[in-house]
Write a protein that binds this ligand. Structure first.
Ligand SMILES: [Zn+2]
Length: 157
């Protein structure tokens, strides 16, 4: 029974496929306000197209399960018109956006690894011949190096 060994890769760093941990993805509970209580300029503009963050009240998040938004509810320093229904839709929209972003990043990383592994293709016949000659030359060199100490031993004797 011969011993069984695992593979010993020449380039271990190229063996690792990217996993989700390498890709940053948000862990917000509320994607409508990113747990800040107020809705970002981008999302706000999908409801108020000409929303001006310098002149308009910042919309408060009214997503039914949003803790941060709950603190701003009824505070008229903030735009209170973004209802629970609107915020739920914005939350779903932002989640979908992030899912797509993460998917695109994963795809890019996998492609990157494919490009890397292409360079690890087997040798072409020409490269095989070249490698053989290099190997023979190295062997000859090794042999000639070994000859020298033998001659010195002869001289010593
Ligand atoms: Zn929220």
């Amino acid at each position: 029974m011969l011993p069984q060994l695992p593979r010993e890769p020449i380039r271990p760093e190229r063996e690792q496929l990217p996993d989700d941990k390498e890709i940053w993805q948000p862990d917000w509970r509320c994607f409508c306000c990113q747990d800040t209580g107020t809705i970002s300029q981008n999302l706000s503009r999908s409801i108020v197209p000409d929303y001006d963050p310098h002149r308009d009240k910042r919309p408060a998040c009214q997503h039914p399960r949003c803790e941060a938004g709950r603190l701003l509810r009824g505070d008229f320093n903030y735009d209170q018109r973004f209802t629970a229904g609107i915020c739920s839709q914005l939350d779903a929209l932002a989640r979908e956006d992030w899912r797509n972003t993460v998917k695109a990043q994963q795809k890019r990383l996998v492609n990157l690894n494919c490009v890397k592994s292409l360079r690890q293709r087997p040798r072409t016949p020409d490269e095989e011949v070249l490698a053989y000659h290099k190997h023979q030359a190295a062997l000859a060199e090794a042999n000639s190096v070994r000859v020298v100490p033998q001659m010195e031993e002869v001289v010593d004797a």
